[in-house]
Ligand binder design. Sequence first.
Ligand SMILES: *Cc1c(COP(=O)(O)O)cnc(C)c1O
Length: 355
Amino acid sequence: MEISVTLTNTPKQKPADESSLGFGKFFSDHMFIMEYEEGKGWMNPRIEPYHRLSLDPASSVLHYAQEIFEGLKAYRRADGSIVMFRPWDNCKRLNKSAERMCMPEIDVDFNVEAMRKLVEVEKDWVPHTEGTSLYLRPTMIANDEALGVHAAKRYIYYIICAPSGAYYPTGLAPIKIKVEDKYVRAVRGGMGFAKTGGNYACSIKAGADAGKEGFSQVLWLDGQELKYVQEVGAMNMMFLIDDKLVTAPLDGAILPGITRDSILTLARSEGITVEERRLSVDELMTAADNGHLREAFGTGTAAVVSPVGHLCYRDHMVQVNDGGIGKLTQHFYDTLTGIQWGKVEDRFNWIKPVC
Ligand SMILES: *Cc1c(COP(=O)(O)O)cnc(C)c1O
C-alpha cells in the first residue's frame, strides 16, 4: 500500500518555549490515517492535515470501548538526525492488543514505515532541547454505526504526534507510590496485557484517591488475591532486592513494556541476576524493613525510569534508598537515554533512523 501525503496550507505556530511543552498538550500539523472494512482490509493510507474525526453517535468505540493504542517517541540527536526507539516492538504489541480485542492486525513493516514517514513529514516538530521528543500516539478504534455488542466490521487507525517536554527537566526525581489494596486493574483471563483504554478507565478512581493522599501513582496488586505486585499506572516495576533485579512475570495481567524488556536485556548483558517472578507485597515490605530492598523504579516510554523514594502499603510507609535515586536506577536511565540520544553504542539494534 502506498501512503499518500497531503500537506497543510495553514501550518500551526509551533510552541516557542520548549520548556513549557509538557506532555500531550500540543499536536503537530499532520496525522496518518487509514480505514478498515471487513472483507476489504486496510484501505487508503494517507498522511494529511491534522483534523477532527467525524463519528456517528452510535459508533461502537463510544459504547463498548473496542480501542487500542501505542506510545513511542522520536528523538532529535545532537547531529540533527532523527531516530525512533524499537518502533517494530510497538507495532508487534499493537497486534497482540488487537488480537485480544478482536480488532484487525496491521503489517508490522508497513506500520513502522507509516510512523517513519509521518515523523519525516513532521521533522520540524521534533523539539531540539535535550530530553524533549516527538511523542507518537498510534490509535485504533472500532467504528460500526450500530449498537449490537460484537466485534465491529469497520475500524479507523490513526497516528498523531505531540511534541513533548523533558520528563525530568531538572534530573531524575523520586516518586511516592501507594500499594492499592481496594481496587484492581487486571484479572486472570482479562485484558491486562493489552494497551487498551479500558485498562485506564478502570484505574482513574484509584489514581485520583491516591493523589488526594499525596501519592503520584498506585502500585497494583493481582486481581485474584490482592497479594502479588503487578505494575503502576503506565509503568512496569522493578525492585533491586539484595543484588537481584526482581520484576513481575508477563502472566497476561501486566503490560509487556518495551522499556521493561530493554532494561532486562541490559541487566542480563551486564551480568546482573534478573528474576521475573511473582513478588508478594509482604515479601516486598519485609525486604524494605530489613534493608534488603535497595532500589525500586518504574519503567516506561514517557519517563524511561522513575525512581521510587517512598512506598506505602496500608499504614506502613517505607523509604527506599533513603528517598534518593539508586545507583543502578541512574545507570539504566543513563544507558537507555544514551542509546536513544546516540551517546551510547546501540548494541541491540534498537534504533530506527527516520531521516
Ligand atoms: C505503556 C504501558 C507501560 C510501559 O510500556 P513501555 O513500552 O515501556 O512504554 C507499562 N504499563 C502500562 C499499563 C502501559 O500502558
